[in-house]
Ligand binder design. Sequence first.
Ligand SMILES: [Zn+2]
Length: 495
Amino acid sequence: MNPRYSKKSTPQPRRSWRAAASSRRYPWSDTEKAMNLKYLAAAALCACSALANAQVLVKNATLLTLAEGQDEPFSGYLLADADGAIVAVGPGSYSGELDYATSVVDASGMLVVPGFVSAHNHLWQTAFRGLAIDEELWPWLKALHWTYGDFFADGDFYWFTLHGAMDQLAHGITTTYSHSQRLGGSEAQYLESLAAEAGFSQHFVFSYNGNVNQPEQDYRSDFAAFMALSRDYMAQPGASMLAPAMHSVALHGNLPMLKVEMDVAAEYGLGAQFHYLEQYSRREQDRAEWPDLMAAGAVRKGNSFAHFIHTTDEILDDTAAGGAGMSWNPLSNGRLASGLADIPGYLERGIPVGMGVDGAASADIGDPFENMRMGMYALRMQHRDAGIMSPLQVMKLHTMGSAELIGVADKVGSLEPGKRADFLVLDPDSPATGALFYPAAHIVATMSADNIDAVYVDGKLRVKNGEILEQDMDLVQQEVEKRVADIVARQQAAQ
Ligand SMILES: [Zn+2]
């Protein structure tokens, strides 16, 4: 795939569009006209069956669906059913009848886009922002994980993870890949992370960090229990858990267990994700581990590497041949001075790329707008080429690219019939972001989480004007701060 953006002539402000703010119709391009025929046909097909149980109709929106082949925005509507699935999305007005209970949202003047998907995250870390700000990865780990990780008490993982999930949702991340970490917690304490996410609306894939410092039999037994628990959570009505996955940790320090991890992942049909090639000064040690990954069968389709910055041609050739992918986490990579992955080069080789905000103690705000801007601008700085990556391309990496990487592209990542009705309503006028030339460029170059008017998950309004509706963020924040203070006190008392 050629990642380069086909440069267009300098655009002129679409005055007629801005002036007609009441409808804010987008002037149709030929591509859009062709697409519209397809969408109109799809809408006509599903309208009849959708009437009785429609949940929400969003109308008069400028939609950027990011569905395959649908790169241009259009003025139209989105209809979701009572189960939270999209049943119709198309241009113009919805012409079918609606049930009396259907919520109708007039999105005039708003942009409606898929919720962001973050492909690499440690949700508990929102409790510990701003630590070791001048350190790279290992000293930063020492200041956080290896200082406080042994002092977590019952309930800490629950509250910290809930806090992180709420924070991400308020920033427009509707699906997260929870690359969970057990630190020094017991199995029961650690699994509070899963309970916290299962009790909250943000969609998630739970990447299980098994304890590899125990006999293989016990590891397998814990994993079986986790899978049973996952099946229970996923069977609940309106489940927010989309899939289980594996956080592979054996590579760095417990090689015999790496093969076991890969065997277990294969037995359950799970994708595994690895932290790999992150810190620059450790690149040679990391590269030396590549043969171990290859020998364990880790470089395969469905598996992915987080960061994956300091690669070599051999590593990239093997990765492309094996079908493994990577999560690009520019905010975290900038904060920890890790470096910049060669994303255009990876895409040219056909390596799947998603984007993640990583843990909020290394990012330190889980904000996909900042993440996209940081990543796109860093590539432009390095290449001194303003066409190296387009706003639309970076948006796709943070939605469909991530969804494909973590194996949930059939459920989220774009606005298409059959997928979950997870979307953001963005208000370009609050705060004011100026004349709107191209929506994707506008979103990436000018907008922030402050422009999120509303966040919907499963067709339900979850965040309005920054306020999370299903939980009291102030109370959760207070609980988290109290618990962090207790952890610090326990750590200091132990010195
Ligand atoms: Zn990470």
